[in-house]
Structures are given as structure tokens and as C-alpha cells.
Design a protein around this ligand. Structure first.
Ligand code: HEM
Length: 433
């Protein structure tokens, strides 16, 4: 077991995909003085989220490690601060609101696919193209900037530096009681510089918005959101929340889309069916309500999230003695929900390792917690509806104009999110209408 635990640091996806096959769906072990429990069964996930709702487990052990980057934004805050923030943020991400982003997303998706069309019959770096489009969309949604406004290159670089550094930062902050992090002072200095630049940029945007009469964009919506006593977020919380949204919303969306196009590039039959559906529904305006009609396309998107979930595992800590699956566990136990394993378990899926959209077309009696790419329970992804709408609009825009193909095999890399180990290059061909 020790060898698996050590390899968890260097190749977590592989380890998470093999340990349960060897040791069963409930693994109870110790590592660096910590009691660890790995679970891969949807019943256990459900129990853990319910324990979290009742306050017996939480995600707060990384609070200090996350503080520099996320402050008290939703991804890190706890207790009443989190509960109040969640209430203030919920309306900004509700289904009622996100339809307003349709034009911006479509505009940027069209710009991206026009650029790709210009490269048709050539190998296209999809990682680069998707990332550029999603970054631009996020910046425009957040600050309501115009398409013609060139995004601040340094801001985007800072987001990348922070995202790249997060995984080693968490590992070194956790192992050896945090002493390991002192060995990486150069990386820490780079991260701190990036965080400082990012926060100063957001602070300037907040002040700029305060002076505007008509405030538009996600940041403006957050500034206008008030609790029942008429109180809004402080500037500090607005800043923390904006940084949080960039860090939580960028790579998750980028990587999911890259895996989606990669998988379709390798599965021409499924791609044909997606393209046929998009053609058949081409007269529809792409409102949030109408998006629901693209059933096969949506099922294919869910398949890529099943095969490549952005959070391969979620962890929680017992802050009281708990009972899980009938077993008693002491305070301090770390519970690791192995999502990538449950997403590929033959217990829940007919064709676990294949792209098989039918999984989501005939899904009636599947366990509710067998597919949780957006997490579940009180901390489930607040950006889920926005992310799904954005991804569907990008996919529909792209695949109404191009098809993709690849023979290459790409593996996942070591990162805080499940990204491809290298840039995904696909050959793109214009679709003749
Ligand atoms: C494909 C895209 C996305 C995926 C797969 C994803 C996945 C997740 C997951 C698994 C969690 C739960 C983490 C936990 O339980 O510890 C989460 C939480 C969160 N996500 Fe997302 N996310 C996506 C997009 C977004 C977007 C676009 C935003 C905002 C712009 C966002 C903002 C957040 C925030 C703020 C939280 C923390 C919620 C809380 O603790 O109350 N996410 N996300």
C-alpha cells in the first residue's frame, strides 16, 4: 500500500484507478501520521456529503494553504462566512440569470472557430485555441469588457502561474506539516507575485465599477447582491470571490472542452451523431431553454466529464468521530472520495472506458452519486449551469462549422485539474453546408 501512497503524489490518476481494484471499495490506511480512508462507492459518497451537511466532516484542513490565493472566497471560506457568501453568490449564477451571457459566449466562440477554419486541413492546437476563447469569455463576463478590448496578457499569465503552482503548493503545504514548502521558495515567490498582481488588478476594477452608473458583468452583479438586511460584500470579499471564480472556472472548463474534442476526434461515429443533431436543430436560437433539445450532444459532453472528471477525487476531514458504511472512524480521519474510479466502475456503467453517450440517454435507475463531476452537497459547483451553458454553446458553434480527427493517444497530466499531459493537436476540416 505504501508504494501506492507515494505514487499518489507523482501519478494520482493512475493510482486512483488501480487501488480499489486491488483493495476493495473501502480502504482504511495510515500515511505520515494521518488516518486515510479511500472510498469509491456512490453510497459512501452520499453518506459523506450528508455528514458534511450535518457538520461532522468538512473541507477546512487546507484553509491556511488556500488563504493566500482564494482568501475567503467560496472555495475556501468556512462556517457563517461561507454560508453568507453562498447566499449572496447564488443569484448571480442562477439559471434565470446566465442566459444573458449568450451573446458574449457565441461571439467569442465564433471568433475562435473562424480562426480555426482559417487553418482547416491543418493540425490545430486545440488546447491553445480553447484556452484563449474560454479566458476571453471569462474576462468579458467578469468585467463586461468589449470584444475589441485586448485582454490583459499579464493578468492571464498570472492566472496560469497560480493554477500551475496550486498542486505542488497543496502537496508541500500538507506533507511534513508544511515544512517542505520552504524548499520551494522560488516557486512561492513567483506565485505570490502573480497573486499580488491579480488582486491589484481586481481591486482597480472594483473601484472603476463603483464609479459607473450602469454596472454590468459578473463583478457588478456581485457588487449589487445584498442579503436580507441589505448588506453586500466588502471589497475584500469581492476581490477574493473574483479571484476564486477565475481559478475555479477557467481550467475546469478549458480541460473539459479539450477532452471533449479529443474524444470526438477519436470516435467518428459519435461525432457524426453530434454533428447531425446540431444540423437538425440549426434553426433554433441557442437560449438556455433550447439547449436542452441537444440531447445527444449534451450526453456526449457528460461522457467526457465522466471519463475525465476535473476533480478526480474530493477530500473531507472528520471533525467529530463518525460512522461511515457502518465503520467507526476517529476525529481527524481524511476521507478521499475517488470520483475517477466511480465514474469508470462497471458497477454503474455498461461501457466504463468508452465514449458511450447512451449512458446518459438511458440513465433512469443509476445511483445519483455515481456521476459527480461538479461535486455534490453544500459545496457543489456554483458555476455548474454557467459552465454547462458555455460549453454547449462553444461545442455547437464549433461543430456546426468544423469536424475534428486524431489518431494520437493523450494521457492526463499531474495537475490540480485533470488536464492533458501535452497540447492536444487535432486536424480540423470545414463542414460543407
Ligand atoms: C466544467 C467546469 C467545472 C467543473 C468540472 C467544476 C467542478 C467543481 C467541483 C467538483 C466543485 C466541488 C469542490 C468540492 O466539493 O470541494 C466545484 C466547486 C466550485 N466551483 Fe466549479 N467547476 C466547473 C466550473 C466552474 C465555473 C465556470 C465556476 C465559476 C465561474 C466555478 C466555481 C466554483 C466555486 C466558486 C466552487 C466552490 C463552491 C462552494 O464551496 O460553495 N466552477 N466545482
Amino acid at each position: 500500500m505504501l508504494i501506492y501512497l507515494l505514487r499518489l503524489i507523482t501519478n494520482p490518476t493512475h493510482v486512483l484507478l488501480v487501488i480499489h481494484k486491488k483493495y476493495g471499495d473501502f480502504i482504511h490506511t495510515r500515511f505520515f501520521n494521518k488516518t486515510l480512508v479511500f472510498v469509491s462507492n456512490a453510497d459512501y459518497f452520499q453518506e459523506i456529503f450528508s455528514l458534511e451537511g450535518r457538520g461532522s466532516v468538512n473541507r477546512d484542513s487546507l484553509y491556511q494553504a488556500k488563504l493566500t490565493m482564494f482568501g475567503n472566497g467560496l472555495f475556501n471560506s468556512k462556517g457563517d462566512v461561507w454560508a453568507n457568501q453562498r447566499k449572496l453568490m447564488q443569484p448571480v449564477f442562477s439559471k434565470k440569470v446566465i442566459g444573458v451571457w449568450q451573446d458574449i459566449i457565441l461571439e467569442e466562440a465564433n471568433i475562435a472557430v473562424t480562426r480555426i477554419e482559417g487553418l482547416s486541413h491543418q493540425e490545430v492546437n486545440f488546447s491553445r485555441e480553447i484556452k484563449a476563447a474560454v479566458q476571453k469569455i471569462l474576462i468579458r463576463l467578469m468585467f463586461n469588457s468589449a470584444s475589441s478590448e485586448k485582454p490583459d496578457e499579464l493578468l492571464m499569465r498570472c492566472v496560469d502561474v497560480i493554477l500551475e503552482g496550486l498542486f505542488p503548493h497543496f502537496v508541500t503545504a500538507t506533507l511534513g506539516k508544511g515544512r517542505l514548502k520552504h524548499l520551494f521558495f522560488i516557486r512561492n515567490r513567483r506565485m505570490n507575485k502573480a497573486v499580488n498582481y491579480f488582486k491589484a488588478y481586481v481591486e482597480a476594477e472594483i473601484q472603476r465599477k463603483r464609479g459607473e452608473t450602469e454596472k454590468l458583468g459578473l463583478l457588478a452583479m456581485m457588487m449589487d447582491s445584498l442579503d436580507k438586511d441589505g448588506n453586500g460584500m466588502t471589497d475584500q470579499l469581492l476581490n477574493d470571490e473574483t479571484v476564486t471564480l477565475f481559478l475555479a472556472g477557467q481550467d475546469t472548463t478549458v480541460n473539459t472542452l479539450i477532452w471533449f474534442f479529443y474524444l470526438l476526434g477519436k470516435n467518428p461515429d459519435q461525432q457524426r451523431r453530434v454533428i447531425d443533431e446540431i444540423k437538425r436543430l440549426s434553426e433554433l436560437t441557442l437560449t438556455l431553454e433550447n439547449i436542452g433539445q441537444f440531447k445527444y450532444t449534451h450526453a456526449a459532453l457528460y461522457e467526457s466529464m465522466r471519463l475525465y472528471p476535473q476533480a478526480i477525487a474530493l477530500s473531507r476531514d472528520a471533525i467529530l468521530p463518525i460512522t461511515l458504511g457502518g465503520k467507526e472512524l476517529p476525529t481527524g480521519t481524511t476521507l478521499i472520495m475517488n470520483i475517477v474510479e466511480s465514474h469508470r466502475s462497471p458497477v454503474y456503467w455498461e461501457k466504463p472506458d468508452q465514449l458511450y453517450p447512451e449512458h446518459f440517454l438511458n440513465k433512469q435507475d443509476r445511483h445519483k452519486f455515481a456521476f459527480i463531476p461538479f461535486g455534490a452537497g453544500m459545496h457543489s459547483c456554483i458555476g455548474r449551469h454557467l459552465a454547462e451553458y458555455e460549453m454547449m454553446l462553444i461545442i455547437i458553434t464549433f461543430l456546426s462549422r468544423i469536424s475534428v480527427k486524431t489518431n494520437l493517444d493523450v494521457k492526463p497530466a499531474l495537475s490540480i485539474t485533470l488536464k492533458p499531459e501535452r497540447d492536444v493537436i487535432l486536424s480540423a476540416t470545414k463542414i460543407n453546408s
